[in-house]
Design a protein around this ligand. Sequence first.
Ligand SMILES: [Zn+2]
Ligand SMILES: [Zn+2]
Ligand SMILES: [Zn+2]
Length: 364
Amino acid sequence: MASEEVIYTIAYMLICLCLVVPPNEFRSAGLTIQNIFSEWLGSENLDFVRYHIKRSTATILFHSILPLGYFLGYCFCLSNYDIILQPWKLPFTWQIATVISVILPIVASLLYFYWSRNDWKTHPIAVRVGHHGDSWQSIAAQIDVEFRRIDKFQTGPPGRRVIVTDSWVLQTSAYTLDIAQQEDVHLNTLESQNFNYTDESPVGVQFISLKVLSVNQNISPFVIRINAAEYSDFKAKLRTPIINVRNVIIQETLTERFSEAFREQVISNGVYRLTAGSEAPVSCIGCMQVQANIKLTKRCDEDNGGDCVSCNCRPMWCLTCMSKWFASRQNQDSPQQWMAGKSPCPTCRSKFCMLDVRLVAIPQ
Ligand SMILES: [Zn+2]
Ligand SMILES: [Zn+2]
Ligand SMILES: [Zn+2]
């Protein structure tokens, strides 16, 4: 491939990626399918189900023309008309790719005509909604009414939102809408994912994956993802219990999430070895539940300067209590500063930072 073809291919792929998964800049410029087709889609707030039937159809139609767009752009931008004028001269893989790129929009258009007959009766979303009652329109009307209420629970990025209304659990995605009636479902926690430093929160974010299983045979299970910080609001809106057989630990509060980040930092700091013959640490004086296992010694690189002071206290605190103490001494309004913060030793008040905290290796 000549260099201009490579540049064209990369540029086209980048544009496609931005159209398929719009970054915030594209969203604020209104370059999303929802915006482009807004007239035809109608209002999500007034007609939630119909809106998503049309939105998913528009998404399929739009995505189906992207490969063809590549070949047409290739012809006209690079003035290389072989694809149109002499397709038999192209390499075999190109012939296959061009044929597929023509077939895709034809199939998508046929699907559109098939689905849109009889007021979208055959559209997969309408079929799924219809499994909950006599006609999809009557059930959709119930969902629409509940979606309009302001007390619904809603979370997730614009392209994949989880919505819990009084009687429904819904999840939007590019090509479909997952629907389950609350009274039919039970939820199982699957796993948790911890992201330690994100743009949103340097203290870390935890996401919980839950599987929504319906007793309605026609509704296939689906997986939703909830930010642990919103977990209690989510639970409050659910009328069905969440089953946690895998014992996924959910860090609902900021302190709990910070505690995890603190623990990881302390482990990476290495261990402090007690000198031979010294007494084993006593119970933690914070919780009295476990043996104290934290030693504070200045290790940060501000060797001669800085605020940190080596503390001479013997180990008196456990890791959990120390992380709670450290968090309590930080500015509660700016958790993004906590990891870089300092705290006085709870016993002697010498200042320390997270790099100075180590686990104690107990001599055997
Ligand atoms: Zn403790
Ligand atoms: Zn101390
Ligand atoms: Zn320090």
